[in-house]
Design a protein around this ligand. Structure first.
Ligand SMILES: [Zn+2]
Ligand SMILES: [Zn+2]
Ligand SMILES: [Zn+2]
Length: 378
């Protein structure tokens, strides 16, 4: 079933009218990546939203870093492998005169790293930095201490020149003697939880629940994702020029649809059903799957297929008998259509208008929208 979400592509552009002869592919998005704004009553792509981080933590030690604005990695002792990103186990070794060194070992691959011996307590990040002895890291450190440490603007040019000289010298040197680049333990990246808002009306489109739950638990407070509100639209091929157009209603209320497939000079479409009503989603999952998606791979699916269709399924579809392939279930419909075109792969624009009579859920009192989606025919 999941490929249905990817097959549904929606055209999300603020520029109207939509020029059907020139579809800008940059604005076509898989439905699974979209939100549905309850206020604008419109699908929203990521570029039509903005977000605020409302929780930031290390998924390894679970420390909350939400208040540390510019921090993106864990400052506790959490490191990952530079080769495979798995966690690193840490152990230490005692040396003479109260010296200590630390050993990092990847829990998954062969990666190992040992720090130099230190005599004063300091953070593991600092210890690793001080242990970086390869020529490339030394150059990076020189640059950091030079250009990046300079705060006074007037002195920057002097320093920049000095650093450019330094880099030049090193690059010339590299011609003769290539840099050595070692890989060091990397501090763990922080995980964020974000609230997503509509760029136009500032409504909340998605909000995770963060209060009183462990940070690794994913629970949502608000979720207006398009696959929960808009129909899943897909096509399957019957013959060279006859296809089935499937609509599945994900809502728990009845929805009225009006569709329009646009014809162009190079492509004409013959479809008989353009106005229809789909009932609410039902709990019996197998009954919510259009025939074209039922396979012989499970007993349940196979028996449902035979129950619904018998032997008829295997007749060859022609433009004369294609109406026999029309099917309607509780919350879905499969509409046959014939397409006349020379091209093999086309993006067929279809306008979808939908509304429901009753409030789909507590957080949303209506759905009334129209948008363009794009059917990939190949
Ligand atoms: Zn909005
Ligand atoms: Zn951590
Ligand atoms: Zn590793």
């Amino acid at each position: 079933m999941s490929n249905i979400y990817y097959n549904s592509s929606i055209y999300c552009s603020s520029s109207v009218p939509f020029n059907i002869s020139e579809i800008d592919k940059n604005f076509i998005f898989p439905q699974i990546d979209l939100y549905y704004c309850p206020e604008c009553q419109s699908p929203r792509a990521l570029y039509q939203t903005f977000f605020k981080v409302n929780y930031k933590f290390c998924s390894n030690c679970l420390t909350d870093f939400t208040k540390s604005q510019d921090q993106y990695t864990c400052s506790k002792n959490c490191f990952v492998c530079p080769e495979c990103s798995s966690n690193l186990s840490i152990s230490f070794e005692n040396h003479d005169n109260n010296g200590k060194s630390f050993k990092f070992k990847c829990v998954y691959c062969e990666y190992k790293f040992k720090t130099s011996v230190i005599y004063k307590p300091q953070s593991l990040t600092n210890i690793i930095n001080e242990s970086k002895k390869d020529s490339f890291n030394k150059l990076c450190q020189d640059i950091r201490n030079g250009v990046l440490k300079s705060e006074k603007a007037e002195k920057l040019s002097d320093r920049t020149i000095k650093n450019l000289q330094l880099m030049n010298k090193n690059l010339t040197k590299e011609m003769e003697e290539p840099f050595t680049i070692e890989k060091y333990p990397l501090p763990s990246k922080l995980t964020t939880k974000k609230i997503v808002y509509c760029l136009d009306c500032k409504s909340t489109l998605f909000a995770p629940l963060v209060e009183n739950i462990p940070p690794t638990t994913n629970k949502v407070l608000t979720s207006f994702v398009a696959i929960d509100y808009l129909p899943h639209i897909s096509t399957t091929k019957l013959t060279e020029n006859i296809y089935l157009l499937h609509f599945i209603n994900p809502l728990e209320v009845k929805v009225h649809f009006q569709i329009l497939i646009s014809n162009s000079d190079s492509c004409t479409v013959d479809i008989t059903t353009t106005d229809f009503v789909l009932g609410p989603k039902i709990s019996n999952l197998i009954k919510t799957i259009p025939i074209a998606y039922l396979t012989h791979s499970t007993t349940q699916s196979k028996s449902e297929l035979i129950l619904r269709k018998g032997g008829k399924m295997y007749q060859e579809a022609t433009e004369d008998n294609m109406d026999d392939y029309f099917e309607k279930g509780a919350n879905w419909i499969s509409i046959p259509f014939a397409i006349n075109t020379e091209s093999r792969n086309i993006d067929l624009p279809m306008h979808v208008k939908l509304r429901c009579d009753n409030s789909p859920q507590v957080q949303l009192n209506k759905i009334s929208t129209n948008y363009w989606c794009v059917l990939a025919i190949n």
